[in-house]
Ligand binder design. Structure first.
Ligand SMILES: [Zn+2]
Length: 225
């Protein structure tokens, strides 16, 4: 059962690995064509393994904050908590983060994970996963935050963070960013001030405008067939 669920989860996650997943697209002049509305805050609660220090978390979140300034989105971290990686495999890691309830005031929950020697060897023999975001809500995910693998020579932890955070705004992989700009503009317009929540995104692109709507999709037993 556990195995079956892990496989199901694996099928629906967006992953960033050397092969398969490379880009949410190149920036285009279209970025300036959209009205992103008033400034909004994206509150990202952070879990981190022991080897990922506060300065590392700050540097990676800072890179995302600078990237998202163009859309009038400020990225802040309400809290960081120490966390032990749930297992060696991508599935075990992802399951742990993806099944957690999003507690107030978090809009997103991201685990920053260290690399260990086992991962490094694994990366030599098959494409290695450097991050993932849940597609059911686009609110939870993880990022490999330290540099110890060959694949990361091609995709730095900073680039991986920015990439995964675009997924956290609902942007899919694409050749260019043009569609992503429109999505971000729509997502910001979907913010309900009274909900005190930066909306999540369902698999069909619709918005989950309250934290409760997101958590309803997380709880085991409430998932669709
Ligand atoms: Zn990706």
């Amino acid at each position: 059962m556990r195995r079956a669920r892990s496989l199901a989860v694996l099928v629906v996650v967006s992953t960033l690995a050397l092969a398969g997943c490379s880009s949410v697209g190149h920036h285009t002049a279209g970025r300036d064509a959209y009205d992103y509305g008033p400034q909004a805050t994206l509150r990202v609660c952070v879990l981190h393994t022991d080897d990922v220090g506060a300065d590392r978390v700050q540097a990676l979140i800072g890179a995302v904050d600078r990237e998202f300034a163009a859309y009038g989105i400020r990225v802040v971290v309400p809290w960081t908590r120490a966390w032990k990686r749930a297992g060696f495999s991508h599935e075990a890691l992802f399951d742990d983060v993806a099944q957690r309830t999003l507690e107030a005031p978090c809009d997103r929950l991201v685990a920053f994970v260290d690399r260990n020697a086992g991962d490094f060897l694994w990366g030599l023999v098959m494409p290695e996963v450097l991050g993932a975001v849940d597609q059911a809500t686009h609110t939870r995910g993880y990022v490999v935050a330290t540099r110890a693998s060959l694949n990361q020579l091609f995709s730095s932890p900073t680039a991986t963070s920015v990439h995964e955070f675009y997924h956290l705004l609902g942007c899919p992989h694409a050749a260019t960013m043009t569609g992503c700009y429109a999505r971000i503009a729509r997502l910001k317009r979907a913010i309900l001030p009274e909900a005190d929540f930066f909306p999540g995104v369902a698999p069909d692109g619709s918005f989950l405008r309250t934290r409760e709507a997101v958590n309803d999709r997380v709880r085991p037993g409430l998932a669709g067939p």
